[in-house]
Write a new protein. Structure first.
Length: 232
């Protein structure tokens, strides 16, 4: 279970948001450019520190400024897929996927097992020895997802994972996200600005406007008007 209560003063507004995501649930976080979506993910991941609030994951406090608690990024067990996939272009697909577990000191045999499982599950075994810089956008996104899952995360977060993908790749990535979140029973946040993507993948949708929650509910209940806000 992920519980987030955070505030942080930004240039144009103050981010002030409360989120709760259950195990096996996907929350689609929507809003205009500059509404605070990516900042929210970065705070949860530990890349930014909130001014106040508390972030708890499965009962453990990750960050609480008032108590001086700030768990290191590498110890939060969060799989984070960035918008640009952020693969290491000079490394092979296999080495990209192995990066996280190696950094955490996982046993080499266990790493090989995890890599083989993910190569098969994400259908990229034929790319295992290809350098990531030579892959297509859809292939890079699959590798980024596999790398995030290789650490056996307690939380999965994806920032605009469908933006650069064609229709077929988008459908495949959505199916894979759903498969792993359900099987691993972990909370998941997907940032997107497209209503169709949020409805396709989100169990719930949260719409941000200038750092505050404008609406939250089920995909089929979201009113057209709630995306009318023009955030800076």
């Amino acid at each position: 279970m992920l519980d987030v209560v955070i505030t942080r003063k930004l240039r144009d507004f103050t981010l002030d948001i409360t989120l709760a995501v259950r195990p096996g649930e996907i929350l689609a976080l929507m809003g205009a450019n500059g509404s605070g979506k990516s900042t929210t993910l970065n705070i949860v991941a530990g890349l930014l520190i909130p001014d106040a609030g508390c972030i708890r994951l499965n009962g453990s406090t990750l960050c609480e400024p008032a108590r001086g608690t700030d768990i290191a990024i590498e110890d939060r067990r969060i799989g984070y897929v960035f918008q640009n996939a952020a693969v290491f272009p000079h490394l092979t697909v296999r080495d990209n996927i192995a990066f996280g577990p190696r950094a955490r000191g996982v046993d080499p045999q266990e790493i090989r097992t995890r890599i083989d499982e993910l190569l098969d599950a994400i259908h990229i075994r034929d790319l295992a020895l290809v350098k990531a810089g030579n892959l297509s956008g859809g292939q890079k996104q699959r590798v980024a997802l596999a790398r995030a899952l290789a650490i056996r995360p307690s939380l999965l977060m994806l920032d605009e994972p469908f933006t650069a993908l064609d229709t077929e790749s988008t459908r495949d990535i959505k199916d894979l996200i759903r498969k792993f979140v359900t099987e691993m029973q972990i909370p998941c946040i997907v940032v997107t600005h497209r209503r169709t993507d949020s409805s396709d993948i989100g169990d719930r949708i949260c719409v941000l406007c200038s750092g505050k929650k404008e609406w939250e509910g089920l995909p089929g209940e979201m009113p057209e008007a709630c995306l009318s806000c023009q955030c800076p």
